[in-house]
Ligand binder design. Structure first.
Ligand SMILES: *Cc1c(COP(=O)(O)O)cnc(C)c1O
Length: 455
């Protein structure tokens, strides 16, 4: 790549022509885009040759790390043999079919089918229609409403953004669409008041029961939640939460949907997040870690309860994407899953690097600026606070988070800030030394931010 393109010129071109997702473009154009050009292991390099430890695995997705030649080789082989074919008209391709088998093998006995999509958002749109079609087919067409959570994230398509509980997304484009309602999230630090985490977990879970009863069980199709809420700030639910949610879904006969787009493929030290919490969803959208982000692919795990109805009662499910089961993306995912299996990355997160990370991360909880340091597998959050004792928040939470994030970045560590929560989600192959490095730089960033806040 020529030096002109490699340096400042690219930022100018970007400012002139590229609209970025979830970005204040005026501010971004003034600040200049960071241009990432290379990746290896847990590190990425920008166009100035600066090296960063990617504590966020791209966007929660590069689970097996950067630079895996096994995946790029598999992709090249598939590209040369057959770059594309559809799965619509009675056809499939080899990697697509083998991937369906491989994924369902890890998803527990109730899951024997997968419906492929191009992304996590499409996966959420897919199950949203599928759930309604399911109830209709078994003679309960009034069961249509989906209950989701405030501050949840399920993508950016119209249904995805509606299922999500982000107010700032709903405000643009007149969302949510009809038939989607939201209940509270299990965010004890911010909303638990004087209750213990266990009491609070039960209380917010029971909002689901109250909402179903208010709407009428015969009008509710499903409840959707991320096992651990990701984009909303890595909200790790109290232990009491998931068992109560599962009980309510069963008692009120509504489908339980676990959005596994982040938690799936090892992030929590299990193949899927619902396995960690011991619950049994009926549908589970997947994406991100499915291909470690090497190529875009998503899907919905469909339990026998729903698949049997789709297959035997519905006939045509009139839904699908040109790239459903794209053979090259499937080849990338297949190789990615093989790596997770062969390198025993699930067990590694559960028994070795996850517990080690927890030790390093929880030590950050001693910092004056940190109210709570939590992690689960390799998914983590620091709750920033102005006063540890009273759980007081800063008046401008976004500004504090951004401050810490920028200090981390200046010291070579990529973390994400969501309001006043610092989020981490490193590649599952991260070494002990690299975890130490994350802890060291995160502490530096907290120190620097604290000093500025006091001044
Ligand atoms: C990222 C994400 C999505 C959306 O996936 P895209 O591939 O960006 O469409 C959906 N659900 C969750 C939980 C996510 O984190």
């Amino acid at each position: 790549m020529s030096d002109t393109y490699a340096r400042s010129n690219l930022a100018a071109i970007d400012a002139a022509h590229h609209l970025h997702p979830f970005s204040d473009m005026k501010k971004l154009n003034a600040d200049g885009t960071r241009i990432i050009q290379r990746g290896e292991g847990v590190h990425v390099w920008d166009n100035h040759g600066r090296k960063y430890l990617d504590g966020f695995a791209g966007l929660w997705c590069v689970n097996v790390g950067y630079g895996r030649k096994e995946i790029t080789d598999a992709v090249a082989r598939q590209m040369n043999e057959l770059p594309y074919y559809n799965t619509f008209f009675g056809t499939t391709t080899t990697p697509t079919t083998l991937l369906a088998e491989k994924i369902t093998a890890h998803a527990g006995p109730r899951f024997n089918h997968v419906f492929f999509t191009g992304s996590g958002s499409e996966a959420n749109d897919t199950w949203f229609r599928m759930a309604r079609v399911y109830w209709s087919a078994i003679g309960k067409p009034s069961k249509k409403i989906v209950i989701a959570r405030k501050n949840g994230y399920h993508g950016s398509t119209v249904a995805g953004a509606s299922l999500g509980g982000m107010k700032y997304m709903h405000e643009q484009g007149d969302l949510p669409i009809a038939g989607i309602v939201h209940i509270g999230q299990p965010y004890w630090y911010g909303e638990g008041g004087d209750l213990s985490p266990a009491e609070f977990g039960l209380k917010v879970a029971r909002e689901l029961e109250a909402k179903i009863d208010e709407l009428g069980e015969d009008n509710v199709a499903a409840f959707v939640a991320e096992p651990v809420q990701g984009a909303g700030g890595v909200i790790i639910p109290p232990e009491t939460y998931w068992p109560e949610i599962a009980r309510i879904c069963k008692a009120r006969n509504i489908l339980l949907v676990a959005d596994e787009v982040i938690c799936g493929f090892g992030r929590l030290g299990e193949w899927f997040g619902h396995q960690y919490f011991g619950v049994e969803p009926d549908l589970a959208p997947i994406a991100k870690g499915l291909s470690s982000g090497y190529l875009p692919i998503g899907g919905v795990l469909v339990s026998d309860r729903v698949a049997d109805v789709l297959i035997n009662e519905v006939g045509d499910f009139n839904h699908g994407f040109t790239y459903s089961g794209h053979p090259v993306c499937a080849a990338a995912a297949l190789e990615n899953v093989r790596i997770i299996e062969d390198e025993r990355l699930i067990e590694r997160v559960r028994d070795d690097i996850g517990p080690y990370f927890a030790k390093v991360w929880s030590a950050l909880g001693d910092h004056d600026l940190v109210g709570e340091a939590q992690s689960i597998g390799l998914m983590a959050a620091l709750q920033l606070t102005a006063d540890k004792e009273t759980r007081t928040r800063y008046e401008k939470p976004d500004a504090v988070g951004t401050l810490v994030r920028n200090h981390a970045l200046a010291n070579g560590l990529i973390l994400r800030a969501t309001g006043d929560r610092m989020l981490a989600s490193p590649p599952l192959i991260i070494s002990h030394e690299e975890v130490d490095e994350m802890g060291r730089i995160a502490k530096l960033a907290l120190d620097a931010a604290w000093k500025e806040l006091k001044a």
